[in-house]
Design a protein around this ligand. Structure first.
Ligand SMILES: Cc1cc2nc3c(=O)[nH]c(=O)nc-3n(C[C@H](O)[C@H](O)[C@H](O)COP(=O)(O)OP(=O)(O)OC[C@H]3O[C@@H](n4cnc5c(N)ncnc54)[C@H](O)[C@@H]3O)c2cc1C
Ligand code: FES
Length: 1296
């Protein structure tokens, strides 16, 4: 949080900001408060820190300090905020773990409003009415205890907050305002404090940018390598912050932040008559979604206008609103119209280099003048618009004849585009459908977007151009009608729905979970919603992640040079210039790794560094080691690589099939007799379904610090990994030069010299296994070679470029089924896009095959799977490991069957679901009782039938908005497919003061495994949790631990911890029984005196598991997690936007060891799955370069995306299994349930198509983005675009 004191207004402004975009020089005179400053465990924690932790709003904790500070900054300005203010304050924060709902819970405890819409129908609060006016499900006495107790929370007392430092206040008051100059080696920062000095600086350095918020200049410097030797940063110039309401309109200073502009406009809109504030309302609408709160706090109005970004949200509105710019130079002030010429930077209409923008005049609108704003982005908030628009019409009177018309678009050209000619031609026309039709054609003609336009999505963008116009047409027509009821023509009532924006509100969530057995001891924490062990430390910033470790003496930084070509021979690498740069210590390439450059990636050898032939963009070529990160990065840019492109270039699964490019091995699973079944079925259908990949987007990027100990070749690695053993040891390889391990073999030392330590990981989701090992090996080599500590921390863009993610899938299927919906035969081919190395691709195929049946009994099934070798970075494990893809393909087949049989998908699901005692395709027995129960409970809890009817009613009344409802079942098998991969160890020490230290092989990645392990020790040893400590995971204490993943970390390690505790108890039993009233201190001392060891190891062998792929028979899994989810959505058929209205989830988790953590896993996975199926889209250039390399381009769900209502119910425990306390692993299964949102959207799109007379089958691929939704809701606008497009080439979407 940045706080600034204004000596003129005597006010302090507190605001959250992005540290990475805040230049240190800009902070002169400001107070900066970080999360450590507001509270700590050593002094007193702040209520925000306490509540976010205790409401379970933190898992891996990496996002938590940011969340805390955003809430804190809001509370400093608004001690009693509304829930909307709170959630708006978080719209620039991302969390990959929690699914946001528990963070909102924490917010609600500060809010004065309940989340109620304040609209009492029949005197009943909306919260009691349920959705769509339908009753909530009967809670009765099923209601569970709360997951947290609000009564325990510290009160928020604004009088206790940190004060603004008085010395800064005095400095601001007393110091004469004088230009400050900061000079660095390369850069001079000039901070003028008067307009005169600013203009002088501008004359002296006309090319220097005037940096205000730095949100436009900063990213260019950081990501595009643009360097400015001089920066002018006007500081505290009052004239740049003016707010003036004059006769003709509002004048706003160019230095006002967008957040301030938003507040000012909101205020003005309340005070002025509606007809005067049309432009202001439109600006306010866009200011609500423009970027995130932090950027709006920093970015200035002037910086926004002057940047003239192609996707600027405000410039199209300012242009249509006839705004003018007041610019100033030594010559004096003049006005520049904010028009097309200015936006195009025509020299005659632009500012001169020595001029600055002083303020902006935004005129009032007039009677009979209407202004509107439109935008569509990949995500509702904090996402640059794909297309946005400002539209204004002036009639002069109520006759509806156009006197003035202005339409501008963003996102369709190199800058804001004004459709001047079209508007000109429409002057004098009546505001009616004929005019609309003509206008659409004119606009499509004028705002030309060639098929090859940068950014792609051309048909979608062209469709938005006219869809927005249609919305504007309806909006204005409706207002005209409101102003004059006699006005005609008036749009049909069912069209009114086109006008509302789909904004999510946050209302409620409801959880139901098991009640604690009354016989359970009060101090036994098993089954209780215990807070994450590190929750408070996450919230106070005390939790240490890899890159938080202080710099070691003489530490070096390593950065990687990666291939810029997808398939090429490296002709030469020239490192001479890079090596000559200051601070550069070494550049490591393949020749330095002679004999050790190879490791075995499960089955095939892979190189650490590649200098002969590269097979993907992002492949590691060499590593630059320098004294600092900046020096290393600068040098890496100077490494010159000459490539010779090779053929073929294989990027997609289709390319791979065409070139027969597969990794060795095909997997096949078969049961029954598919051919015979096809002969007897009523129908067969064939088709294909595509599913895109997914980026892990863990918040903590790949990070490591390698420290050579200087003695006996010992080396310590502090690393963010899920698999320390792999880093320490790697995989044994027959084929490689060296046949041992990654770090140890790279260093040619025994494994017992390499120790790997993991305190915690800031999210992993499968992405911190193999690639982390490779990076650690290279870093360790550098550290060992130079005898100095070396740190390697990837930036987000590097991380996304280098590491692969979830495998894209292609499913080719043939289904045979009866008219009543029974599926008798399924013949399937699965292909995954493995990227350039085999890594885990075949395992993903295997698991995909074993899980493809999901909840259904397919009596005759044949499925083959192959992993494709392509020129993309190697794809790897990601939460769900093949199941989210293969289950989705199966569910898509169900949709097809339902459509053909005229049944609802839910009916077809029910008909084909496993019966109670049944067999999987690989002949493992299952008891599907809980599956059926989950399904039935979900039906009841979601009021499925009533809501289905309500959705149909809504759809019949609304033409441009449609709702959809879908329910999917889940059977998620748990197991690791081999006994050895399931073994786990633990170590428990009891100290003489009675305290206990526990370690196990599991990695804490946010899932709360360490918390659960302490709960286990507490139960087993019957001691309070506070008596037990867990320091982290290390190969020093637990050797040879398996990778943490596959939902079984707590299962397996918990059994090992339990074993260790039971061994200790057995040993101590005689001592305890001699002194049953004694304390653990007494017993530990007595044991010590009797020479009884107080240390025990615990071990679990793993689950028995086998699978014979020859016979398609086996018992690969230990148990199944069952569940069901029902989701309801609303879509905007004109823009492709959607809103998640409600989701109900019922899960069978056995006996939950910790319902707060388990519900957190379900929610977090569900939201991650929702992102996978509806939003997260990876885009590549035709040359295989990943475009989506950061949060700007790749959108994961944000706080605006979660369902307005979320209900989660855990089935009461019913089975007694041999798992830990009959619990079930839950890490991954919820991801698949995200596809209920996909199918709900599918349902809504189907409704739209049916209404438009399109009855053919609807195939939608994943992710179902706004583009796909919009283009599938075919209408006259998509047809218009296609017909125009058709004249150029054939329609690539096959829509016409
Ligand atoms: C993460 C992120 C998300 C974003 N999302 C959106 C979005 O959703 N919609 C959207 O429209 N925009 C978005 N933006 C862009 C953002 O609106 C602009 O970056 C911002 O408004 C620029 O303002 P600034 O003060 O930071 O400019 P700066 O970076 O400080 O300056 C930008 C330019 O303006 C010039 N300049 C600034 N002030 C003056 C002056 N008084 N006189 C003359 N020249 C001046 C500078 O010389 C410089 O060239 C986003 C940006 C980021 C970083
Ligand atoms: S807890 Fe939010 S990213 Fe992990």
């Amino acid at each position: 949080m940045i706080s600034r004191y204004n000596p003129v207004t005597k006010k302090i402004r507190h605001y959250s900001a992005n540290a990475c975009l805040t230049p240190i020089c800009s902070l002169y005179g400001a107070a900066v408060t970080t999360v450590e400053g507001i509270g700590s465990t050593k002094t007193r924690i702040h209520p925000v820190q306490e509540r976010i932790a205790k409401c379970h709003g933190t898992q891996c904790g990496f996002c938590t300090p940011g969340m805390v500070m955003s809430i804190y900054a809001l509370l400093r300005n608004h001690p009693e905020p509304t829930l909307t203010q709170l959630t708006d304050a978080l719209d620039g924060n991302l969390c990959r773990c929690t699914g946001y709902r528990p963070i909102i819970d924490a917010c609600k405890t500060f809010s004065t409003t309940s989340g109620c819409c304040q609209n009492k129908v029949n005197g009943v609060c909306c919260l009691d009415q349920g959705m769509n006016g339908l009753p909530e499900f009967e809670e009765g006495n099923k209601i569970s205890p709360k997951l947290f107790l609000e009564e325990e929370f510290l009160p928020l007392d604004p009088s206790q907050e940190l004060i603004f430092p008085p010395e800064l206040m005095i400095m601001a008051e007393k110091q004469p305002p004088r230009t400050r100059v900061f000079g660095g080696e390369r850069l001079t920062w000039i901070s003028p404090v008067t307009l005169k000095e600013l203009l002088e600086a501008k004359i002296q350095y006309p090319q220097a940018p005037v940096v205000m918020g730095n949100t436009s200049v900063g990213p260019e410097v950081k990501f595009k390598g643009i360097f400015h030797p001089v920066i002018i940063s006007p500081d505290r110039i009052e004239e740049l912050n003016i707010v003036d309401c004059v006769q003709s309109g509002l004048t706003l200073g160019a230095g006002l932040s967008l957040a301030q502009v938003k507040d000012i406009l909101a205020d003005v809109v309340l005070k002025l008559p509606e007809e005067k504030t049309q432009t202001y309302c439109a600006l306010l609408k866009h200011l609500g979604t423009l970027a995130g709160a932090q950027i709006r706090n920093m970015a200035s109005l002037g910086g926004h206008i002057m940047s003239r970004h192609l996707d600027s949200d405000l410039n199209p509105l300012l242009a249509v609103g006839n705004c003018t710019l007041n610019v100033l130079s030594k010559e004096g002030e003049r006005q520049v119209p904010l028009n097309e010429q200015f936006l195009r930077k025509c020299p005659s209409a632009d500012l001169k280099p020595e001029e600055i923008l002083l303020s902006v005049n935004i005129p009032y609108s007039r009677k009979w003048e209407f202004v509107s704003a439109f935008r569509q982005a990949q995500r509702q908030q904090n996402a640059l618009a794909i297309v946005n628009s400002g539209m204004r019409v002036f009639f002069g009177d109520g006759e509806g004849i156009i006197k003035e018309l202005s339409i501008s678009y963003g996102g369709v050209g190199p800058t804001t585009i004004c459709a001047k000619n079209s508007c000109q031609k429409l002057i004098g026309r009546s505001w009616n459908e004929k005019m609309l039709d003509e206008a659409c054609r004119l606009l499509l003609d004028e705002v030309s977007l060639p098929g090859s336009a940068p950014g792609g999505k051309v048909e979608f963008r062209r469709t938005l151009i006219i869809s927005f116009l249609f919305k504007f047409y309806l909006e204005v027509s409706q207002t005209l009608k409101r102003m004059d009821p006699a006005y005609s023509p008036s749009p049909a009532d069912t069209y009114a729905s086109a006008l509302e924006d789909l904004h999510s509100r946050h209302r409620g969530r409801l959880f139901m979970y098991q009640k604690i057995d009354t016989k359970q001891l009060p101090q036994d924490p098993i089954g209780h919603p215990v807070m994450h062990l590190s929750g408070i430390k996450h919230a106070t910033g005390e939790a240490i992640y890899c890159d938080d470790m202080p710099a070691m003496d003489q530490e070096l930084f390593l950065t990687l040079v990666t291939s810029s070509r997808a398939h090429a021979k490296i002709v030469s690498i020239d490192v001479s210039e890079a090596l000559s740069l200051p601070g550069v210590v070494d550049i490591i390439a393949e020749e330095q790794l002679q004999g050790i450059n190879c490791f075995n990636s499960l089955s095939q050898p892979e190189k650490l560094l590649e200098t002969d032939e590269v097979s993907c963009v992002g492949q590691l070529v060499c590593a630059v080691i320098a004294e600092s990160e900046v020096q290393a990065k600068r040098a890496a840019e100077r490494v010159k690589i000459v490539y010779q492109d090779l053929e073929p270039l294989i990027l997609t699964i289709e390319d791979a099939i065409q070139h027969n490019s597969f990794f060795e091995g095909e997997k096949k699973l078969e049961c029954g007799n598919v051919e015979e079944a096809f002969k007897v079925v009523d129908h067969t259908l064939e088709g294909e379904i595509h599913m895109g990949g997914q980026e892990h987007f863990y918040m903590e990027t790949q990070s490591m610090l390698v420290v050579p100990k200087g003695e006996d070749q010992e080396i310590d690695i502090y690393v963010s990994t899920q698999f320390p053993k792999f880093i320490q040891m790697g995989q044994v390889s027959e084929n490689c030069y060296h046949s041992q391990d990654v770090v140890a073999s790279t260093l040619k030392i025994p494994v017992n010299k390499v120790m790997c330590h993991v305190k915690r990981v800031g999210g992993a989701f499968g992405g911190k296994v193999v690639k982390t090992g490779i990076l650690a090996a290279i870093t360790a080599f550098a550290a060992n070679k130079h005898g100095r500590a070396v740190r390697c921390v990837l930036e987000r863009g590097e991380d996304m470029l280098i590491t692969g993610g979830r495998h894209p899938f292609l499913g080719k299927y043939k289904i045979g089924f009866m008219s009543d919906g029974r599926i008798l035969a399924l013949d399937m081919e699965h292909y995954d896009n493995g990227g350039c190395a085999p890594e885990l691709s075949l395992f993903v195929i295997e698991f995909g095959l074993l899980k493809l049946d999901n909840a259904y009994k397919f009596p005759n099934l044949r499925c083959r799977g192959r992993a494709c070798r392509t020129n993309l970075p190697s794809n790897t494990a990601l939460r769900g490991f093949g199941f989210p893809q293969s289950g989705f393909i199966t569910e898509s087949c169900i949709m097809e069957v339902a459509a053909k049989c005229g049944l609802s998908p839910e009916e077809v699901r029910m008909i084909n679901m496993y019966k109670e005692i049944d067999q999987t395709p690989y002949k493992q027995e299952i008891n599907a009782k809980n599956l059926i129960q989950c399904w039935k409970e979900c039906m009841t809890m979601s009021s499925y039938s009533l809501r289905k009817a309500a959705v149909e009613k809504f759809n019949s009344e609304n033409y441009w908005k449609k709702k959809g409802l879908a329910m999917v079942p889940l059977k998620f098998p748990i197991g690791v497919e081999s006994l050895s991969a399931g073994q786990a160890s633990a170590l428990v020490h009891i100290y003489l003061d009675g305290s206990v230290l526990v370690t196990h092989g599991g990695i804490e990645m946010g899932q709360g495994v360490h918390t659960k392990m302490i709960q286990v020790v507490s139960r087993e040893l019957k001691m309070p949790m506070s008596n037990v400590h867990l320091r982290g995971t290390s190969t020093e204490t637990i050797p040879n631990a398996n990778a943490s993943g596959g939902s079984v970390v707590a299962d397996l390690n918990g059994l090992a911890v339990q074993d260790a505790c039971q061994t200790l108890l057995k040993r101590l039993e005689p001592i305890i029984s001699k002194n049953p009233q004694g304390t653990w201190k007494d017993w530990a001392e007595a044991a010590f005196n009797e020479s009884i060891s107080l240390t025990a190891t615990g071990y679990f062998r793993g689950y028995e598991s086998n699978m014979n792929w020859e016979t398609s028979e086996g018992h690969p899994f230990e148990y199944f997690v069952y569940g069901a989810a029902c989701s309801e959505v609303e879509i905007d058929c004109l823009t492709g936007d959607h809103k998640n209205i409600r989701t109900d989830i019922v899960m069978d988790v056995g006996y939950s060891i910790n319902p707060a953590l388990d519900i957190g896993q379900i929610e977090g996975a569900f939201i991650q799955g929702m992102g996978l199926y509806t939003m997260e889209e990876l885009n590549y250039s035709p040359q295989g370069v990943l475009y989506t390399r950061g949060p700007n381009q790749y959108k994961i769900p944000a706080i605006c995306d979660i369902p307005t209502e979320l209900h989660i119910s855990l089935l009461p425990p019913s089975e007694n299994s041999n798992t830990l306390y009959s619990s079930k692993g839950l890490g991954e299964s919820g991801v698949f349930l995200g596809c209920s949102v996909f199918f709900a959207i599918h349902d809504a799109v189907n409704a739209a198509r049916r209404e438009r007379g399109l009855t053919g089958p609807l195939k939608l691929n994943s992710p179902l983005t706004p583009e796909k939704i919009r283009m599938a809701c075919e209408d006259k606008f998509t047809k218009m675009v296609c017909s125009v497009h058709k004249t150029l080439n054939s329609c690539p979407l096959f829509l016409c």
